[in-house]
Write a protein that binds this ligand. Structure first.
Ligand SMILES: *C/C=C(C)/C=C/C=C(C)/C=C/C1=C(C)CCCC1(C)C
Length: 268
């Protein structure tokens, strides 16, 4: 990436977006971890992982921002490359960890059988990791043809994941309690919608966007998508966990009340 292609305005815009991304993801982490105690024990793991995802991403946004700052000197009022490369690997390391975990969040909050949870977590998580690994060589290549080849390869596991979310989870979703069925449906659409953003952003440099505008569009695009896919999606997972916890509490209170009245009738 040639950072000197950016105007000062573009450079600062991207810098502010990274800073904003860090703030949102760090705040989301605190929220998820502090609110976790409000949930029934059954749903705490899903929300712990939700916070882990935003924590990993917050750390990487900080690293990305430092790398961005170090790559250019702007004291002259222009963007001069310092020679230190902007490290794009941070994003891919982040995705490699967070993308499988995001799918696991969704599977955990559904509370499927143990066997199904393990099966879906490994196949979907594995496909997600493969998708990220296949995308990386194209991302760091300056050869348009290579970027396209790796886009196609990475799209194979991507399409598999979307198919699994739409078709493979259909039956499990139909068995979810009414109070959260729609929320779970919206969450899967949120995954599909926000994830679709990435392969599109990846293609920006291939569809005529050039120089500073292309770099700016890619970085801003990924930042927005990350916030939606991790913090906003995480909030949905939290609300689902909250509703299911409440239902569980009510259920347990009813069972307890029934037990109490049984006891009384035996006593009298
Ligand atoms: C929090 C980060 C998330 C949810 C990242 C998701 C990333 C993707 C869905 C990336 C997909 C890609 C393709 C399908 C093809 C081109 C290469 C990628 C890696 C950008």
């Amino acid at each position: 990436m040639e950072i000197e292609l950016l105007t000062l305005g573009q450079y600062s815009f991207v810098q502010n977006a990274f800073s904003f991304g860090f703030a949102v993801l760090a705040a989301a982490t605190l929220f998820f971890w502090l609110m976790k105690s409000e949930l029934a024990a059954e749903y705490r793991l899903a929300v712990t992982i939700t916070g882990l995802v935003t924590a990993i991403a917050a750390y990487h946004y900080l690293s990305i921002m430092f790398s961005w700052n170090a790559a250019a000197d702007i004291t002259s009022g222009e963007v001069i490359a310092t020679g230190k490369p902007f490290n794009q690997a941070y994003r891919y390391v982040d995705w490699l960890l967070t993308v499988p975990l995001l799918l696991i969040e969704l599977i955990l909050v559904m509370r499927l059988s143990k066997a199904e949870t393990i099966k879906k977590s490994t196949t979907l998580g594995g496909a997600a990791a493969l998708m990220i690994i296949l995308g990386y060589p194209g991302e760091v290549s300056n050869v348009g043809g290579l970027r396209f080849v790796f886009w196609v390869l990475s799209m194979i596991p991507f399409v598999y994941i979307i198919y699994q979310l739409v078709v493979g989870l259909k039956e499990s979703i139909s068995q979810q309690p009414e109070s959260v069925k729609n929320l779970i449906k919206i969450s899967t659409y949120l995954v599909i919608g926000s994830w679709l953003f990435y392969p599109i952003v990846y293609l920006f440099p291939l569809v005529g966007l050039q120089g500073g505008a292309a770099i700016t569009a890619v970085e801003i695009g990924y930042t927005i998508a990350d916030i939606v896919a991790k913090a906003v999606f995480g909030l949905f997972i939290f609300v689902i966990a909250m509703r299911k916890s409440q239902a569980l509490k009510e259920e347990r209170a009813t069972i307890e009340a029934a037990g109490d009245s049984d006891e009384m009738s035996t006593l009298s």
